[in-house]
Design a protein around this ligand. Structure first.
Ligand SMILES: NC(=O)c1ccc[n+]([C@@H]2O[C@H](COP(=O)([O-])OP(=O)(O)OC[C@H]3O[C@@H](n4cnc5c(N)ncnc54)[C@H](O)[C@@H]3O)[C@@H](O)[C@H]2O)c1
Length: 525
């Protein structure tokens, strides 16, 4: 079923356009350039009200964003900024979006994952704090839970396609999809290459190239070049996006400055760890409701997300082991009392697999063939590359495995040719969120207080880029430490924490200023 048949036929208030009517994109039944002011799954008053109530509750738990609104709301430091965001369209993101608009920005938004949108949050953001279903006055959002890949990339294009064709001046990205689309489009234009679906090496790349081809045919061969030239900078939320930006920097092909929000301490050492500590078990419980105590779990990758995931499972008294490639992280796992193992050695007797590497081909189809009956397999890293879903899909096409939907984002994969299932027949495994990040596919992501720290960094990064993006050149920077400390400081009151104040003498003794920063850039926390 295409989204067009699931959505209000045509949201009111279509933007006028000087362009001819667009063709529809792949099988979405949606015009390539839709011109609609928003596309969300459910824009009923009931859903809007639910979203608004949740946004209000979240705001109370987001002291960093509250404080930015109080401090800067009057001055509108983001006036003139046109921000396109591609970041999970959750309740917490709703508070981020409304903070950006409260600070004067114009914003368009899409999600960075096909399953992570909370439809009531999307509806509330479109309606806005004072708008209604009949008279929305909020922010254009193009996102709904359960998009197809074609719909996902269509939504990304709509978030970039400002009605007057001028495009965004700033990007907020999570995982690098929107930055990547602009770069790929502009690079192909620069090389005079006509994009074509056949250039993609897998399904998603084919969709992206099909989108670029259609844009080229409708809007000519300078569309992304012009857009990239107008974008002054991007602030990137996650490790996966930072890897991609690093590659662009190394290749000398980054087209605008980037602020690395992920590596603010108050982001990666909080969201990636404590957020996942909260949301991994939340997701597994919502998806399966299986008792985790006493079960054998394997977490692959013991970086920040892996550490939070382990804490989450240990909290349930699961018996957790870790797989790592990095000796430092492996030794950290040993010091935490965990077994460090190889997946090949434990695949047959593990009940739950969690990938958290940000890498590819971690759990392969041949592993899944060997797993216990009803083993649970999920990924909490950003992309669906960690679990070999393409390999499973190929087996399904060959008739070697059957895919049975238990409920959306929870699938049983029943192997036909194995003999270790019930009654000596084929075994099954449960794959959550189709191999995409489980905490946003099967649950609602991280709690508001954690996201407050991440998003306070995002807003500070956006204000900084709006003020002086060009001073950075085409490279990637992190926010200075005093701002990181400021973000932390803004959240202490929420816990009733009383910070000790250095004396002048003590500050001198350890070689810092009384008001900070308190650590060197090298300090690892
Ligand atoms: N789901 C979420 O809410 C969420 C939140 C933040 C980040 N992320 C994503 O999670 C992923 C991990 O992020 P991170 O910040 O923990 O990164 P990280 O670099 O801190 O950790 C990744 C770890 O995986 C290890 N690793 C890499 N390849 C491996 C392999 N083949 N086998 C075993 N271990 C391997 C690395 O050595 C590293 O220690 C990224 O994709 C990131 O974007 C997800």
């Amino acid at each position: 079923m295409s989204i067009a048949s699931r959505l209000p036929a045509s949201p009111s208030g279509k933007a006028s356009s000087s362009h001819p009517v667009s063709r529809s994109f792949l099988d979405t039944n949606l015009p390539l350039f839709d011109g609609s002011p928003y596309r969300v799954a459910d824009f009923s008053p009931k859903t809007i009200r639910f979203g608004r109530k949740e946004l209000e509750l979240a705001l109370h738990e987001m002291p960093g964003l509250q404080s930015l609104r109080k401090q800067y709301g009057g001055n509108k430091p983001l006036a003139g900024a046109r921000i396109t965001g591609s970041l999970h369209m959750t309740v917490q993101t709703g508070v981020l979006i409304e903070t950006l608009t409260a600070l004067g920005a114009e914003v368009r938004w899409t999600s960075c994952n096909i399953f992570s949108t909370q439809d009531h949050a999307a509806a509330a953001v479109v309606a806005g704090p004072t708008g209604t279903a009949d008279k929305p006055s909020g922010t254009p959002v193009f996102a709904w839970k359960g998009e197809t890949l074609a719909e996902y990339w269509w939504c990304t294009l709509q978030a970039l396609a400002w009605p007057d064709d001028e495009g965004p001046t700033l990007l907020v990205d999570d995982g690098g999809d929107v930055t990547g689309l602009v770069h790929l489009g502009a690079d192909l234009e620069a090389r005079g290459v006509l994009p074509d679906a056949s250039m993609g090496s897998h399904e998603e790349e084919k969709v992206v190239h099909a989108l670029l081809r259609d844009v080229r045919e409708e809007r000519g061969d300078q569309y992304f070049t012009r857009m990239a030239a107008r974008i002054r900078g991007v602030s990137e939320e996650t490790t996966a996006g930072i890897h991609r930006l690093n590659q662009l920097v190394k290749a000398g092909s980054l087209r605008f400055p980037a602020i690395n929000v992920n590596d603010s301490v108050t982001k990666s050492k909080f969201d990636n760890i404590y957020g996942c500590r909260h949301s991994l078990v939340d997701a597994i419980n919502r998806a399966t409701d299986v008792l985790l105590s006493g079960k054998r779990a394997l977490v692959v990758g013991y970086g920040d997300v892996g550490k939070g995931s382990v804490q989450s499972l240990v909290g349930q008294h699961a018996r957790v082991a870790v797989a790592e490639i990095d000796p430092i992280c492996a030794l950290q796992a040993c010091m935490a009392g965990l077994d460090v193992v190889r997946i090949d050695d434990v695949v047959e007797n593990t009940d739950l697999f969690v990938t958290a590497t940000g890498n590819a081909h971690i759990i392969r189809a041949e592993h899944m063939k060997r797993m216990k009956h009803n083993a649970i397999v999920c990924n909490i890293g950003h992309f669906d590359t960690e679990i070999d879903m393409a390999g499973l899909e190929a087996m399904r096409r060959r008739g070697e495995v059957e895919k049975i939907e238990i409920k959306p984002q929870v699938h049983e994969w029943k192997f036909r040719d194995t003999r270790h299932g019930p009654d000596g027949k084929g075994h099954s495994i449960l794959v959550l969120a189709e191999g995409r990040l489980v905490n946003l596919g099967c649950a609602t992501g991280h709690p508001s207080l954690v996201m407050s720290a991440s998003f306070t960094n995002q807003v500070i990064a956006q204000m900084d880029l709006h003020l002086r993006a060009e001073s950075y050149g085409r490279t990637m920077v992190t926010l200075p430490k005093h701002l990181d400390e400021h973000v932390a400081r803004l959240h202490l009151d929420a816990f009733g924490a009383k910070l000790t104040v250095l004396t002048e003498e003590q500050a001198k003794y350890i070689g810092v200023e009384v008001e900070g920063p308190y650590k060197s850039e090298q300090y690892r926390y």
